[in-house]
Design a protein around this ligand. Structure first.
Ligand SMILES: NC(=O)c1ccc[n+]([C@@H]2O[C@H](COP(=O)([O-])OP(=O)(O)OC[C@H]3O[C@@H](n4cnc5c(N)ncnc54)[C@H](O)[C@@H]3O)[C@@H](O)[C@H]2O)c1
Length: 376
């Protein structure tokens, strides 16, 4: 008999990423019981409801169902604030995909709303809970790299495929609150927060290069053939000073072809952490003694484990502890990205106002019963 009462959960937003969430949350994470899903495009929620054997619902039906404890917000980033806020006002705990909102004040308001309502707001990404970055955390905490002195993020991708989408509202790559620093930079920033803790101050330079160079390319898109305007920075170089003294360069560009580098440099060694958008990239460590050691993964969740942060929230709710993907951390990461953007506009260094703690690492091992890594 399972003494743990699974947490009734519903998904709002049935687009591209909902499939892997629903696959994992219905088939893999025992802590969750997915009840239903909704979308402003009802044909999308109908298709997912049928595929995963759950109820097709409206947003309002989800908010009004007293049994549902968690809402997973998988809408566009431009809908995140409204959907997360209404869900919390209805008494639901929220796990939202990145970014938490568009404007910084909206993020702040979501944290306040969670406090006022006595619910949890949690924010993605959760890839740093995967085997790759949990192993990296264990390596760093073991002292093998010495004291961290610097980190380097080089994140370059073209977003060329985004021109071929059918949905004109799907503009996260190019509209305010989106763009590569927010959309993809978040994986790298959250991974560094997990390793190094909070940031103290940030700055940057940015550009919008060739803002009219892309067109909608899919004939089924109502905007087909028209310019797909680029309204936010697509080429940015920033710097972050972490509170522990580590200095980090961050380059994000969506104006070239794909490349990524994610490095941590310590007094005794350095670690290449692969692509933090993945759950199971193997950390490669070089020390004074030897170079390029592929470190064995010490933790569970090596494959696409999206929904892991939701599962952790479910255990947090039942066990009376803080969820790892806490609103405090999601907001701090959001403020780092906003702070860099603000510095680009003002030519001034941005002093961080929020802070956060490092999340509790998962227990190593537990590969046979991976949910044991959380704290049951
Ligand atoms: N696609 C990916 O590879 C990926 C990976 C990781 C995270 N994410 C994040 O997940 C979120 C969703 O991404 P996606 O790629 O699935 O986007 P998508 O555009 O494919 O789907 C979003 C869905 O949300 C629905 N929606 C929008 N506003 C709504 C509202 N108010 N109420 C109900 N439904 C609403 C839309 O109709 C759409 O079906 C984004 O925050 C994105 O950053 C996406």
């Amino acid at each position: 008999m399972n003494p743990f009462k699974p947490v009734k959960t519903a998904v709002i937003g049935c687009g591209m990423i909902s499939d892997i969430y629903l696959t994992n949350m219905t088939g893999r994470y025992n802590a969750l019981e997915v009840v239903g899903c909704s979308d402003i495009k009802p044909e999308r929620s109908a298709a997912k409801a049928e595929k995963y054997g759950i109820r097709q619902m409206t947003n309002e039906e989800i908010w009004n169902d007293p049994e549902i404890e968690i809402v997973v917000n998988l809408t566009y980033h431009t809908s995140h604030y409204e959907v997360s806020k209404k869900s919390m006002l209805a008494g639901k705990n929220v796990y939202s995909e990145k970014m938490m909102a568009v404007e910084l004040w909206e993020g702040e308001d979501l944290i306040k709303t969670a406090k006022d309502m006595g619910v949890y707001y949690c924010g993605g990404p959760d890839t740093y809970l995967g085997a790759g970055l949990q192993t990296a955390r264990q390596i760093y905490d073991s002292g093998m790299l010495g004291t961290a002195v610097a980190a380097n993020i080089a994140l370059v991708r073209g977003y060329h495929h985004e021109r071929y989408r059918t949905d004109p509202e799907r503009r996260f790559a190019f509209c305010p609150g989106g763009g590569i620093i927010f959309d993809m930079g978040c994986y790298y920033l959250m991974g560094l927060i997990s390793l190094l803790g909070p940031a103290k101050r940030v700055c940057g330079f940015s550009q919008i290069r060739e803002p009219d160079s892309r067109r909608y390319m899919h004939p089924a898109n109502p905007e087909y053939g028209k310019v797909m305007p680029i309204e936010t920075t697509n080429n940015l170089a920033g710097t972050i000073e972490f509170a522990n003294g580590t200095l980090c360069n961050i380059l994000t560009s969506s104006e070239s072809i794909g490349f990524n580098s994610y490095m941590l440099f310590g007094t005794e060694g350095q670690m290449d952490m692969g692509d933090p958008n993945n759950y199971g990239d193997i950390p490669v460590v070089s020390t004074k003694a030897s170079r390029g050691i592929q470190m064995p993964l010490t933790h569970a969740y090596t494959d696409n484990s999206r929904g892991l942060g939701v599962c952790d929230l479910a255990y947090a709710l039942r066990n009376g502890r803080e969820p790892r993907c806490s609103g405090e951390r999601a907001y701090h990461m959001f403020e780092i990205a906003h702070g860099i953007m603000q510095s680009c506009e003002t030519n001034e260094i941005y002093q961080m106002k929020s802070t956060c703690t490092r999340p509790e690492p998962f227990k190593p091992g537990c590969t046979e019963y991976p949910e044991m890594a959380m704290d049951i």
